[in-house]
Design a protein around this ligand. Structure first.
Ligand code: AMP
Length: 191
């Protein structure tokens, strides 16, 4: 069973790779960003509040995010594994996730960090501006998102140091996908 946490800065390709892996493996792709954007589009109270925060490039509060992830992981389709994209994003979220998974005796098997240098990240986000119409891909919000990533999310690499694998995020979608699938194959062999 594959349980993967996909880490990496904004623009590294987490969403693209997570979606593809999920299709290939037949397990859910859980993107907290997508959940929040869907809520924003639906105009729920959570969605309206989250949109304001997302549009500034800040993080939605840990309590809210934990409520969302707890509910999502309790759904039946997660019983066969899952790919987490965009969660956890802070140390408290990672600690809470450990607690959730421990309760069900399902520690995450793999943590992959998609690595890409800052110039490439900027280029990819600039490219995405035309395609995805994400209101948080503007220049100003993007700078905030990088800053927030460095301050709040990068410390997760140390938190997960005993199980994180660095994945080179350069190259085509196919190349990066190959790197991820070989990592998962070797993780499964070890399990
Ligand atoms: P993403 O699609 O993963 O880049 O997420 C887009 C935005 O949603 C982020 O910039 C945050 O404002 C919010 N968000 C997504 N996941 C989380 C999370 N785990 N914790 C806090 N905020 C989040």
């Amino acid at each position: 069973m594959i349980r993967l946490i996909l880490l990496g800065p904004p623009g590294a390709g987490k969403g693209t790779q997570a979606a593809r892996l999920a299709t290939e493996l037949g397990i859910p792709h859980i993107s907290t960003g997508v959940i929040l954007r869907d809520a924003a589009r639906a105009g729920t109270e959570l969605g309206r509040k989250a949109k304001e925060i997302m549009d500034c490039g800040h993080l939605v509060g840990d309590d809210v995010m934990l409520g969302i992830i707890r509910e999502r992981l309790a759904e039946d389709d997660c019983g066969r594994g899952f790919i987490l994209d965009g969660f956890p994003r802070t140390i408290p979220q990672a600690e809470a996730l450990d607690g959730l998974l421990d309760e069900a005796e399902t520690p995450p098997l793999a943590v992959a960090n998609l690595e890409l240098d800052e110039d490439e990240l900027r280029q990819r986000i600039a490219g995405r501006r035309g395609e995805d119409q994400r209101s948080d891909d503007s220049e100003e919000t993007m700078l905030n998102r990088f800053h927030v990533y460095q301050k709040q999310t990068e410390p997760l690499l140390d938190y997960y140091r005993d199980r994180v694998s660095a994945i080179d995020g350069r190259g085509t979608v196919d190349t990066v996908f190959e790197r991820l699938t070989s990592l998962l194959a070797s993780t499964e062999e070890r399990a």
